[in-house]
Design a protein around this ligand. Structure first.
Ligand SMILES: Cc1ncc(COP(=O)(O)O)c(C=O)c1O
Length: 392
């Protein structure tokens, strides 16, 4: 049995991949035939500083020979150091480490319920088209009901309103509401950056209603939008936010951070996870922060994103099947009136990896430390891809 046959034989078929990757380095991946691809997917915004970054690799291998895991019954060195980095890069809060985006969002939901328990508040207002993960609570928060089909009964206590509709949130708030939960840029729902007025309006509304504002920064966090956290574009702070994906640049790690004033809500025994904040995972996270500082990753992200978005916007006039380009930093969506799969597979043939989001959006999540030459190469392939699709 070859390795592809073993995949089919032994891996539960929740995914159906056809491409086999063997190696990654910087902005590139290589498949099992040795073909090289420029990666504008970064493992869905995970490898934000490129594949197998030498500093991440070294941090992991050094830590692996020193200490992997002891459990949260004991203190270890890397977790507080990484929490300090996150706290200082964000709003100065306190951090809980976990293992994935869904688990981080479970933390947000549990936190809101615990905060609201003696106030009679447990409901959470979420957004249509949002995505928060595949665990039962994060699925209940997710605004796409098709993901919940077959997994009922749904967890109670979640309502959904249209993203961007402040009035709808206002109308949904009741004396049972504990929190509003949203992504500062809808990711899976089609790369839709929020309007500043909307985010600021939600913050004001939550303050007036005395409820929590919770941001899911699992996809937008760790520099993806040109700031360390996307909400920093809007000059507001949430009460609590989640993050995961790029925090370990490929090493699985998630976290949530609460404002320091909420310190007493989750006390010993109320929330836990065996693998949260292991020395190994946090070593990768510390390397990520070091790379951001040393290599001026945010500056590069902003510079390259301006070039990319002005190039993509020029395509809207050129091709009638491209209807809109939306972006915040290196989080980019191109709406097309042709099947998004056609765009992705044509680009793939030419050695460029793209993603989709929602029904009609081609999604680009390039490495944030991409070089000028690599970006030019990607834009070239995108030009050729659309040109060929235009002719046929
Ligand atoms: C905004 C957002 N939240 C949560 C998740 C779930 O993260 P994970 O797959 O790590 O559980 C994702 C994953 O795509 C996401 O984009």
């Amino acid at each position: 049995m070859n390795i592809r046959e073993k995949y089919t034989e032994y891996i539960l078929g929740t995914y159906k991949p056809s491409i086999f990757f063997e190696k990654g380095q910087g902005s590139y991946l290589w498949d099992d035939q040795g073909k090289k691809y420029l990666d504008f997917g970064t493992g869905i915004s995970v490898c934000n500083v490129g594949h197998s970054h030498p500093k991440v690799a070294k941090a992991i291998s050094d830590q692996a020979t020193k200490l992997l895991h002891v459990s949260n019954l004991y203190m270890t060195e890397n977790a507080p150091l990484l929490a300090e980095k996150i706290s200082k890069a964000g709003f100065g809060g306190k951090v809980f480490f976990c293992n994935s985006g869904a688990e981080a969002n479970e933390g947000l939901i549990k936190f809101a319920r615990k905060w609201g328990t003696d106030k009679g508040r447990h409901e959470i207002i979420c957004m249509n088209d949002s995505f928060h993960g595949r665990t039962l609570a994060s699925l209940a928060a997710t605004g796409r009901s098709k993901y919940r089909e077959g997994f009922g009964p749904d967890l109670q206590g979640f309502t959904h309103v249209d993203y961007g509709d402040l009035e709808a949130i206002k109308n949904a708030v009741s004396d049972k509401t504990a929190a509003v939960m949203l992504e500062p840029v809808l990711g899976e729902g089609g790369v839709r950056p929020a309007a500043k007025a909307f985010i600021q309006g939600v913050r004001q509304l939550c303050d007036e209603a005395g409820i929590l504002l919770m941001f899911d920064e699992v996809q937008t966090g760790i520099g993806r939008t040109g700031k360390m956290f996307a909400h920093q574009h809007f000059d507001v702070e949430p009460d609590i936010m989640s993050m995961a994906k790029a925090l370990g640049n490929g090493m699985p790690i998630g976290a949530f951070m609460v404002q320091a004033k909420y310190e007493g809500i989750l006390v010993p025994g109320t929330h836990a996870t065996t693998f949260g904040g292991t020395p190994l995972a946090c070593a990768a996270g510390l390397a990520v922060f070091e790379i951001f500082e040393d290599e001026k990753v945010l500056e590069n992200c902003v510079k390259q994103s301006e070039k990319l978005s002005s190039f993509l916007n020029s395509l809207v006039d050129k091709y009638s099947f491209i209807t809109e380009v939306r972006s915040l930093g290196m989080m980019v969506g191109i709406d097309v009136e042709i099947p998004t799969g056609d765009v992705v597979s044509k680009a793939f043939e030419k050695g460029l990896i793209l993603l989709t989001a929602g029904e009609k959006t081609v999604r680009l999540l390039p490495p944030l430390n991409i070089s000028d030459a690599e970006l030019d190469e990607g834009m070239n392939i995108i030009s050729q891809t659309f040109e060929e699709l235009n002719h046929g």
